[in-house]
Design a binder for this molecule. Structure first.
Ligand code: NAP
Length: 280
């Protein structure tokens, strides 16, 4: 039996349509500022797709492009101005910053006002998620992944979930979201022993590793919900996920494709966080 494919593109499109309606009903325009430092080609592509998505739902975007030579003070100054600008409801610092700023990246993220932190990466928002407080900003990719899971199963209570990956951006917040849904959650990482056996015990398997097609059919419990967060570029130029889609779809109950699964949800949730910040 072949798994049902969870179509992130369609689910994200429906969410964007709903966001557009709600944005048009706001008394003032909602604004998202995107700070892009340097000339990382992937970051440029991500930023332009975020700006395009904003335009489609009626959110005004403001791009702040700084040269690769920008200093910590330059970036901090831009963030501080945006923090107090009433036209701006969301601030996104596109990561990663150029290498010479790697040591101050975290401190710059923390300079963003928590109520404008649409990536949900400040200590305040991460802490609210950890404490189960509902009024924080939840990071976009885990938020979108949870929506995909809930599109096929509303009640997750008591299910066993395994999240592979423990990054601040994805793995840790994803585990918290599943815990809040009353799943029994295990977070796996590069030091986890017998990963295939652990994965085979999961009703929900979320993979955010960054290793092309690492997760094989033998790792998956028959009927499981498999969410593939990975984006890996192969030598051929093709994009693939962390899950060996062709074999895993023979075993899983539900599976997200790459591309067309989690990716579109990340952008839709960024728009949703901006809308929510503007409505607060
Ligand atoms: P990351 O910070 O590099 O974290 C990768 C995680 O995978 C780490 O926790 C690492 O363990 C673990 N890992 C690495 N090799 C492993 C192995 N062989 N077995 C088990 N665990 C292993 O990456 P990230 O930012 O979380 O992103 C993960 C993937 O998701 C990447 O492909 C990224 O491009 C993609 N992504 C996609 C979206 C989207 O919108 N679709 C958004 C964000 C990220 P250690 O902690 O022990 O090193």
């Amino acid at each position: 039996m072949s798994a049902q494919i969870i179509n992130g593109k369609d689910i994200a499109a429906a969410l964007r349509q709903d966001i557009a309606k709600r944005v048009s009903a706001l008394p003032d325009k909602s604004g998202l500022a995107v700070i892009l430092v340097g000339d990382n080609p992937a970051s440029h592509i991500y930023v332009s797709s975020k700006i395009k998505a904003c335009a489609e739902v009626g959110i005004v975007s403001y791009e702040h492009a700084l040269p690769a030579s920008a200093t910590e003070t330059d970036i901090r100054h831009v963030i501080q101005n945006l923090n107090v600008n009433p036209k701006i409801h969301g601030i996104l610092l596109q990561l990663p910053l150029p290498d010479h700023l790697a040591g101050v990246q975290e401190s710059l993220v923390q300079a963003i006002a928590p109520n404008k932190d649409v990536d949900g990466l400040t200590i305040t928002n991460a802490g609210k998620l950890f404490l189960g407080m509902k009024d924080g900003m939840v990071p976009c990719t885990p938020q979108g992944s949870l929506r995909l899971i809930k599109s096929v199963r509303e009640n997750l209570s008591g299910l066993k979930a395994v999240v592979i990956g423990r990054s601040n951006l994805f793995g840790k917040p994803m585990a918290q979201l599943l815990l809040a849904e009353h799943c029994t959650v295990t977070t796996a990482h590069s030091k986890t022993s017998d990963l295939p056996a652990l994965c085979r015990s999961a009703d929900i398997l979320v993979c955010a590793i960054g290793k092309p097609r690492l997760v094989k059919a033998e790792w998956v419990k028959p009927g499981a919900i498999v969410i593939d967060v990975g984006i890996n570029r192969l030598e051929t130029g093709k994009i693939c996920g962390d899950v060996d889609f062709d074999s895993v779809q023979q075993v899983a109950g539900y599976i997200t494709p790459v591309p067309g699964g989690v990716g579109p949800m990340t952008i839709a949730c960024l728009l949703l966080n901006t809308l929510n910040a503007a409505s607060a």
